[in-house]
Design a protein around this ligand. Structure first.
Ligand SMILES: NC(=O)c1ccc[n+]([C@@H]2O[C@H](COP(=O)([O-])OP(=O)(O)OC[C@H]3O[C@@H](n4cnc5c(N)ncnc54)[C@H](OP(=O)(O)O)[C@@H]3O)[C@@H](O)[C@H]2O)c1
Length: 266
């Protein structure tokens, strides 16, 4: 790396493990203007071939060590049980940067598994990064990573690693959210609304509400529920009944469970 690093152009990027989230991250990065040369695992032939055909700056490589040898920044994006095995079998150079996407493996353990590497970060990309949106927690905060991802995510530097797991746990509700949006649409179709109208209504309604949430200061977020509640109206009734049913408490209890699991090893 040079003193005048241009994070959008200079570092050669390597991705070990090219599954769902690595693909989303790669696509988001490249579509947001990243022209770095990117070397990815060939292991998943279908996915790696599609990416190399789609993007001129992506090449596939069957050997993890070769990806390391030809890269400056290494993104590790295999599943947690595979990560220790992969890191134990490769040798990184001290000046390389290791960025782990793997949930549940701490910075301390990564340092042990990649001895001598001076710059190690963890980050939690989410699937919407593919479309250039969504939060991207990075721990510890890193200006170079922030520059690299500035055009495809809302990078959030996290100082305290114990809090980083809180972000991981919260991301565990993505599937439940999608399922909920679909259940609302399913119910609408059961009442006779055309399925395409039902899914359009449900998904656009929740997306529009998310737009408001994203632009509301933290201290005003709790008030948003009141803002769309009319005394004696439908929203007031549903909110009260779901509260009484323990719906929100159940979600927080699930978050406690995910957090425990992250802290006790996946
Ligand atoms: N999905 C998400 O939304 C999300 C969000 C944030 C973080 N993460 C984290 O990101 C990591 C990857 O998740 P994912 O959902 O992308 O999983 P995934 O789709 O299962 O991808 C993992 C990839 O790693 C490959 N792999 C396994 N062993 C390998 C090896 N020795 N060398 C090279 N490649 C190897 C797998 O290939 P094979 O299929 O051939 O085994 C697969 O293509 C996980 O640790 C997860 O905690 C995921």
């Amino acid at each position: 790396m040079t003193d005048t690093l241009d994070p959008l152009r200079d570092p050669r990027l390597g991705f070990i493990g090219v599954g769902a989230i690595a693909e989303a991250t790669l696509v988001g990065l490249i579509q947001s203007g990243c022209e770095s040369s990117i070397r990815i695992s060939r292991r998943n032939e279908q996915r790696s071939q599609a990416l190399t055909q789609r993007f001129a700056n992506v090449v596939a490589d069957p050997e993890n060590q070769s990806i390391v040898d030809h890269s400056d920044w290494i993104f590790l994006s295999v599943l947690p049980p595979q990560a220790r095995e992969v890191l134990s079998a490769i040798e990184l150079r001290p000046e390389q940067r290791l960025i782990s996407l793997v949930a549940g493996i701490t910075l301390a353990e990564l340092s042990t598994l990649a001895p001598g590497v001076q710059s190690i970060q963890r980050m939690i990309p989410l699937p919407p990064i593919e479309r250039g949106v969504g939060p991207l927690p990075v721990c510890p905060p890193c200006a170079d990573l922030e520059s690299l991802f500035a055009n495809c995510a809302n990078v959030m530097g996290i100082d305290d690693e114990s809090l980083f797991s809180v972000f991981s746990a919260a991301s565990g509700l993505m599937a439940a959210h999608h399922f909920f949006v679909w259940k609302v649409a399913e119910w609408m179709s059961q009442q006779g609304v055309k399925p395409e109208d039902a899914t359009a209504y449900s998904s656009h309604m929740f997306a529009a509400l998310a737009e408001i949430e994203c632009h509301t200061p933290a201290d005003q977020l709790p008030g948003l529920a009141d803002a769309c509640t009319t005394a004696g109206g439908l929203n007031e009734q549903a909110l009260q009944e779901l509260r009484e049913f323990g719906w929100f408490q159940a979600a927080q209890n699930r978050l406690d469970g995910l957090f425990d699991r992250l802290n006790n090893g996946l």
